[in-house]
Every structure is written in structure tokens, then in C-alpha cells.
Design a protein around this ligand. Sequence first.
Ligand SMILES: [Cu+2]
Length: 127
Amino acid sequence: MTRTPCFLALATAALLGAPAVSLAAALRVIDVKIGSYYIKPDKISVTVNQPVTLVIKNQGWLIPHDLVVKAPSAGVDFKVNLHGGQSGSVTFTPTRTGSYKMYCDKKPWFGKSHEARGMHGVLEVVP
Ligand SMILES: [Cu+2]
């Protein structure tokens, strides 16, 4: 009978221990919210040569938005397109420090682009 708690403690340690910790250290996850007409946060700092995942949610319910960064020379080149209410993610490893523009590239046939309405920000890659 005295063995049971000991076994449970070992099993718990095995389930919650080292593997979860090393995964958390290996991959950084940043939540990004987009909507009409914002990107939050509008300045994101990531570390060079470290993989990062952006989990992006379009908080609107009608208007599609996307999040674009075109910096192939820095190892960052993505466009995540999201319908209203939809979430998506992108994982990348930036390879060069610097500041890169992130924006929504949607533009209705009438009126201003989403970028001009405020959907722009900076992805900063730091040492
Ligand atoms: Cu947009």
C-alpha cells in the first residue's frame, strides 16, 4: 500500500517532467491578434536563429485579414490569410537581425488598403 503514492509521484514526474520543459525551451510561441484595422502587438521582437511560432487570430467576424512579412533574406517569408474568427499559425527561424515590416495586404477595390488604415507593424529580429 505504501508503494502506490510513490509510483504515482514517479509517473507524474515522467508525464510532466523533462520532455515538456525541453519543448517549451525549444519553441517560443507568440499570440498575435488582427482585426479591423490593427495588429496587436504591432511590434514583435524575436531572437535570431531561434525558432518561433506566431499564433494569429482574426478577431473580426466578417472581414478577412492576413499577416504578411516578406523578408526572405532574413529567413522570414510568410503570408497567413484568415477569414473572420479564424486562427492560424506560422513557424519560422529568423536568420538575420533587423527590423522588417509586417502588414495586412488586403485592399478592397474601393477605398484604402488595410495597411493604410493601420494594419502595419514591425517584426524586430534581435541578437
Ligand atoms: Cu486586413
